[in-house]
Every structure is written in structure tokens, then in C-alpha cells.
Design a protein around this ligand. Structure first.
Ligand code: 6FA
Ligand code: ABL
Length: 541
């Protein structure tokens, strides 16, 4: 039976899109290459201490840091060499779940958005209505492991920062700090899976197919007639049929969606030639005369980020989260299992802050900081107490001018071709200034010691020698940027791919610039707005 809409990818954007389309009565298929995540999606994976609880690793916020240390890591996309979630929920099933309501600037023309996107509150508010943020996710309303908050807030108050409830003031992002906010629900991972996907699944006109890889769209010139998959049960040769007026929406994320476009003959010629040369994908491509030349993969941004590592005698580093999965503190797991409260009801971050900077080019750039117990790595020549370590990650955010490129390698695997960090030296200068400011008054916080960089290393030297890949923030946006012209954008103001009649992209890849905060809030608000624009567009099913 042909579908009205095929949505590719069950990440946050794809889930919201499929839910709203099915709510509007359309016949919708949501196709996901990965398998289940949380318990309600059919997932079962987790440590022994969760046995019998109807909870998985993905449900328990306090297991977040184990995503990086667990030897069984089936949730990462194995063909992508940066972190990306390939399972139901996409990134939102494995991420830190930091959740920020987008400020107005996130959708402003100054960031590359078409003017028709400025009235974002209507759509942002729809998202908030479905999925409100919390900065106290434990079900007893208490906050746990708050020492890092106390130490870092003392530091920031000495720099004239004010404490606010960050999501009560989304536009207020200069010299502010507050408790970390999340989209956890009831002490468990919430996000789009526990909200939008739940309502979609209750509808008869919605179907989700897992473990199904989309390789491309089938098209006659500008018209898409089907979606090619590796699953022959979905249609002849694995091609999912589409209604005559049907539409396809790619929500495969900033690495997944560009690859699907390349394999459909849409993108820059160098990338399409790689696909053409591939023995499997090449023969499936449209003829070269039908290729559509668009800047797919260009205009990519991700926050450059640098970690500073400290100790403080008051801090409980929670054993650097090393034991949370296999040998957790039993009082904490008991509490969590009994009532979804305590340390395990929250991911690792405890405090977030923002500050605006004027660069030497007169452009405004924002610095974001995240503070958490523990550290991914450290490097010091001095002795220190490992039980007291904590990290401040400094991200350069809205206003960064550096851009990179995403493409594919010779094996047609998504790859970063040009790193998007510090291409512009002003970005680097501002981040260095921000790092210096963060520690400018460290001596006024008794007992606070920076161990990385240690006092034998200057901030400048530390940044100059920082391993480039460690600057990756996992916040990739932009390879299918929205815009008014196909000379510098891939999708138009309705998220339709230029040069096509019925192909859309709606996920992180359409954001023309990095949002103010960790991006999944802005991405979900964009999905709410984008799907409304698609539904309003004439000519559809
Ligand atoms: N963002 C935040 O806002 N807060 C955070 O705390 C945060 N933390 C992290 C984090 O700790 C890690 C380790 C990572 C990797 C990301 C984090 N992010 C955070 C970023 C955030 O998760 C992403 O920006 C967000 O999930 C992007 O949403 P999208 O909907 O654009 O894309 P996804 O990658 O989430 O989902 C794409 C889905 O499509 C996946 O499920 C994938 O399996 C599927 N897919 C891709 N290609 C496909 C294909 N060809 N066929 C079928 N399915 C496909
Ligand atoms: C994010 O938005 C980032 O994308 C993640 O990198 C970050 O998590 C989470 N939010 C939480 O702030 C960090 C972990 O805390 C580190 O332990 C890990 O080494 C790092 O991600 C890997 O990128």
C-alpha cells in the first residue's frame, strides 16, 4: 500500500515530523536504520542491576556517561567516524539531554534563516507544550551531587554573572548561569520518544519500520516516486512506493541526510562521482543528465569546544562515572529503582552559563559553558586528588564564522571533509579570551585548582596544542542549509530540496548556523515549524 509520506530517520526531527503528519491524517511510514532504545520502544539492553525493572540503559539518565565507556556500543552508527546515534530516538536516545528553548536569534535572518521563519514562538511553544524542560529531573524535586554547581557559581558570580532559570529567559544569554535543564520526564529519558513517538504509534495511519536502511530516493527528473531501502519486504527491489502526490522527508541527521541525497544524484559533482564509481550504489543513481547540483555538505558548523579540568575539595567526582554501569553505589541505585529519584535521575552536567563577546571583527560571538563532575582526560605534572575532579567545557556558539564540509569517502561512508572549527582565526581568539576569563578569578575560590592545563602551561599554548578532533562538540548542523537561493542553500523556505517537486529535508542539517545552546531543542522547534510549512504547501497528498 503506497504511503502519503515517507519520513527517513527516527531521530528527534523525524519523530516530530511523523507525529504531526499522522496527526493530520496522512498515511505515514517512519523508516529507521537502527533498532529499539528505551523500554517502551522494545529495548532491553542494560546492566544487571536494571533486570526486572522495565528500564534500559537508555531510560536511566545517570547512565549517560557510560555511553562512552561501555564496550558494547551498538547504538553508535558504525559507518560514521564521529558520534551519531543509530537507534530509535537518534541522538536523543544517547545524548546528555541538555535541552534549551531556542532564543529568537536561533531563527533570525542574521543566522541565515528565511524571514518566514522569524515567528518561531508558535512552533517553539508547541514543542514546549509537548515536552517541557526540567532543571530538577529527580522525581522528589531535590537536586543531587550539586558541589560542582556551588563551586562554579561562586567563580562566575565573581565575574558579574547572574543566576537565572535559563529556560525562563531564552533570549537572556549574556553573563548568566543556571542549573542544567533537560528533557527528562519522570526521572527517565523523555525526549521525543516518550512523547511524540508515543502519540504517533497510537494512530492506525502511522507505521514505523526499524532496521531498515534507506539508500536513496527513486526519481523521474524532479519527481520522487519511491524510497529505496535494503528491505525487499517493503516493495519490489526494496523500493517503498509513494502515492501519486506523495512526499519524502529526509530526517537522517547531518551525516545521514547528505549521503541519501548524494546517492539520489543530488549534490556537488565531486560527491556524485564517488557514488557513481561505487559498484553497488553507482548503477542505482539517476543518469548524469538528471543530477541536481546543490551545495549539499557545505556550510557545516559545530561548536569548537575546549575542556578545562579542575579539582576542589568539596567535589564528589562520582568516581568519574566509571562504576555506574557495573559497580554502582548501591544506595543510589536502590533509590532510583524505588522512585526514579537521586543521582541516577540526572545526566552528568550540573551548571550551564553564557556570555557574549565582541570579536576584533566587530561581530558578536557567544560563549557557552557546561560544568560537570569528572573528566574525559587530564594532563598535569602535579599530583592531584582524582576523587575531586570536575570539568568546565567552553563552547563557542552563536556568531561563529568558521564553516566546514561533510561528504562521503570512497566507500560512500559519511565523513567530515573539512573541520568546521577555527577556520576563522577570530573564532579562536574569542574562545581563548573566554577561557582566560573563566579562570581569571580562580584564586578567589578557595581550594579550586586547575589541573588541565596545569600552571606550567598557558591557555594559549593549551589551545594551540589541543587535539583538533577533541574540539568536536557533536552538534553538527548545516550541510543541507535552508535559504532563499540554490546557489548557497539546499532546501527552500518550506524545507523542499531545490530542483525537486516532493523531496524535503527536516533535521539538524537544515540549520544554517549553530544554535545558542546544545542544539536538540532548536532542532525540534525547527521540525515543528517545518512540518507545518510542508502540510500547508499545496500539491501534496
Ligand atoms: N544535543 C543537545 O541538545 N543536548 C545534549 O546534551 C546533547 N548531547 C549529545 C551527546 O552527548 C552526544 C554523544 C551526541 C552524539 C550528540 C549530542 N547532542 C546533544 C546533539 C543532538 O543529539 C543532535 O543534534 C540531534 O540528535 C540531531 O537530531 P536529528 O534529528 O537531526 O538527527 P539524529 O542523528 O538524532 O537522528 C537521525 C536518525 O536517522 C537516526 O536515528 C539514524 O539512525 C537515522 N538514519 C540516518 N540515516 C538513515 C538511513 N539512511 N536510513 C534510515 N535511517 C537513517
Ligand atoms: C552535549 O551536547 C555534547 O554533545 C556532549 O559531548 C556532552 O557530553 C553532553 N552534551 C553533556 O554535556 C560529553 C561527556 O560529558 C563527556 O564525558 C564525553 O567525553 C564527551 O561528551 C564526548 O564528546
Amino acid at each position: 500500500i503506497p504511503y502519503d509520506y515517507v519520513v527517513v530517520g527516527a531521530g528527534p526531527a523525524g519523530i516530530i515530523t511523523a507525529d504531526r503528519l499522522s496527526e493530520a491524517g496522512k498515511k505515514v511510514l517512519l523508516v529507521e536504520r537502527g533498532g529499539p532504545s528505551t523500554w517502551e520502544t522494545g529495548g532491553t539492553y542494560g546492566p544487571d542491576w536494571l533486570k526486572g525493572s522495565q528500564l534500559t540503559k537508555f531510560d536511566v539518565p545517570g547512565l549517560f556517561e557510560s555511553m562512552f565507556s561501555d564496550s558494547n556500543s551498538f547504538w553508535w552508527c558504525k559507518d560514521i567516524n564521529v558520534f551519531a546515534g543509530c537507534l530509535v530516538g537518534g541522538g536523543t536516545s544517547i545524548n546528555g539531554a541538555l535541552y534549551w528553548y531556542p532564543p529568537d536569534i536561533d531563527f533570525s535572518p542574521s543566522q541565515g534563516w528565511p524571514t518566514s521563519w522569524q515567528n518561531h514562538h508558535t512552533w517553539t511553544n508547541k514543542m514546549i507544550a509537548r515536552l517541557p524542560a526540567t532543571d530538577h529531573p529527580s522525581t522528589d524535586g531535590k537536586r543531587y551531587l550539586e558541589q560542582v554547581f556551588d563551586v562554579v557559581s561562586t567563580l562566575l558570580k565573581g565575574q558579574s554573572y547572574q543566576q537565572i532559570t535559563i529556560n525562563d529567559n531564552p533570549d537572556y544569554k549574556d553573563h548568566v548561569f543556571g542549573y542544567s535543564a533537560y528533557d527528562f520526564v519522570g526521572g527517565k529519558r523523555g525526549g521525543p520518544v516518550a512523547t511524540y513517538l508515543r502519540t504517533a504509534k497510537a494512530r492506525k495511519n502511522f507505521t514505523m519500520k526499524m532496521y531498515t536502511m534507506v539508500t536513496g530516493v527513486v526519481r523521474k527528473g524532479s519527481t520522487i516516486t519511491g524510497v529505496r531501502t535494503n528491505d525487499t519486504s517493503l516493495g519490489p527491489d526494496g523500493v517503498i512506493p509513494l502515492n501519486p502526490k506523495g512526499r519524502v522527508i529526509l530526517s537522517g541527521g547531518s551525516f545521514g541526510s547528505p549521503r541519501i541525497l548524494f546517492q539520489s544524484g543530488i549534490g556537488p559533482t565531486d560527491m556524485l562521482n564517488i557514488v557513481k564509481a561505487d559498484p553497488t550504489q553507482g548503477p542505482r543513481m539517476p543518469a548524469q543528465s538528471a543530477w541536481i547540483n546543490l551545495p549539499v555538505g557545505e556550510n557545516v558548523s559545530d561548536n569548537p569546544s575546549i575542556n578545562l579540568v579542575f579539582t576542589h575539595p568539596s567535589v564528589d567526582a562520582y568516581d568519574n562515572w566509571a562504576n555506574i554501569q557495573t559497580n554502582p553505589r548501591s544506595a543510589d541505585t536502590k533509590q532510583y529503582l524505588a522512585s526514579q529519584s537521586g543521582v541516577f535521575a540526572q545526566a552528568s552536567p550540573r551548571l550551564n552559563f553564557w556570555r557574549a563577546y565582541a570579536g576584533s571583527d566587530q561581530k558578536t560571538r557567544y560563549l557557552q559553558g557546561t560544568a560537570r563532575p569528572g573528566a574525559a582526560s587530564w594532563n598535569t605534572t602535579f599530583p592531584f586528588n582524582q576523587t575531586q575532579i570536575f570539568t568546565i567545557t567552553a563552547y563557542l556558539s552563536t556568531g561563529i564564522t568558521s564553516r566546514g564540509r561533510i561528504g562521503i569517502d570512497a566507500a560512500v561512508q559519511p565523513r567530515v571533509l573539512t573541520n568546521p572549527w577555527f577556520e576563522d582565526p577570530v573564532d579562536k581568539a574569542v574562545l581563548i579570551q573566554g577561557l582566560k576569563d573563566i579562570v581569571s578569578n580562580i584564586k578567589s575560590v578557595p581550594g579550586m585548582t586547575m589541573i588541565t592545563p596545569d600552571n606550567q602551561t598557558t591557555i594559549d599554548a593549551y589551545v594551540n596544542n589541543y587535539p583538533v578532533a577533541d574540539m568536536n562538540s557533536n552538534h553538527w548542523v548545516g550541510p543541507c542549509s535552508i535559504g532563499n537561493s540554490q546557489s548557497n542553500a539546499v532546501v527552500d523556505q518550506n524545507t523542499k530540496v531545490f530542483g525537486t517537486d516532493n523531496l524535503f529535508v527536516l533535521d539538524a542539517s537544515i540549520l544554517p548556523a549553530i544554535p545558542m545552546g546544545n542544539p536538540h531543542g532548536a532542532i525540534m522547534a525547527a521540525a515543528e515549524q517545518g512540518v507545518a510549512k510542508i502540510l500547508a504547501l499545496s500539491g501534496g497528498p
